[in-house]
Design a protein around this ligand. Sequence first.
Ligand SMILES: NC(=O)c1ccc[n+]([C@@H]2O[C@H](COP(=O)([O-])OP(=O)(O)OC[C@H]3O[C@@H](n4cnc5c(N)ncnc54)[C@H](OP(=O)(O)O)[C@@H]3O)[C@@H](O)[C@H]2O)c1
Length: 283
Amino acid sequence: MFVVIGATGSVGRDVVKLLLAAGEEVAAVSRDPAADLPGGAQVVNGDPSRPDSLTALPDGVDAVLLSPRAVRGAAAELLSLAAARGARRVVVLSAATVEHPAGHRRFADEFRAVEQAARDSGLDWTFLRCADFAANALAWAPQIRATGVVRGAYGDAATSPIHQRDIAEVAVRALADPEHAGHAYVLTGPQSLDQRDKVHLIGEAIGRELSFQELEPEQVRQAMLAQGLAEDLPDRLLGSLADYANTPGPTTDTVEQLLGRPALTFAAWATDNIAAFASPARS
Ligand SMILES: NC(=O)c1ccc[n+]([C@@H]2O[C@H](COP(=O)([O-])OP(=O)(O)OC[C@H]3O[C@@H](n4cnc5c(N)ncnc54)[C@H](OP(=O)(O)O)[C@@H]3O)[C@@H](O)[C@H]2O)c1
């Protein structure tokens, strides 16, 4: 039995599907009692950041996938609960910034704290230190649909965004195979792309000319706050972009080495997500 914390996130959902397809038993944890999760998963309702709410977590657990955003400061407590239910392994969805610092240190420290809790838990651990998810580009979808122009700061900021399916496939291997214990993998996409490149590739996928319009960082900050986004989000996003505009994020071939096939490109991700970016047909 595998426990997926963050099962409704982009990676967690793919991990649940892959495990079920392999015939494994899955306990998918969500705060939402009505969470739309793949049929066949045992939905465990509760808040992973309050492990005492996870009373329905079953016995007979082999391994746990941990999403730092879902577990927040409660990783140690949650892993001790998982160990009591039989878990021997934990896989942490960590971030490349732990090893290749970019952005405000406090955000990397949140991931470091979850990694440390995993090291201290007595379970075998594997850290997946992921580059920015390609799926972060979904935040551009409303602007692309409405205007074809993405407005943002630091157009030169370059990273190698990773497709969530690659992370999910690596996660499933690390959950199932003790050979990955004690490894911290930096997982990235195959290609360094700045923000203009990403917008261009989405345009190619949907067959529409798109452009990136550079704004001052302060304009972006104010616009994000005016939209009611969480207060730490501008710092999280703009801090990283500022650093990636100076020094591109890492590019590794770890996905290819682990999966035996090339990492999926951002262009492939954009093609998989055409529906999110395409303008609704006019009648
Ligand atoms: N996006 C990136 O570029 C990036 C890069 C490196 C690492 N990561 C990490 O990778 C992990 C997975 O990312 P993801 O995009 O697949 O999933 P996600 O949307 O960040 O979060 C997964 C799930 O966690 C729960 N959750 C979200 N915010 C929460 C909160 N404030 N308190 C409690 N629960 C919360 C939600 O589940 P329910 O509502 O169902 O409970 C959500 O579906 C995250 O921990 C993220 O920090 C992301």
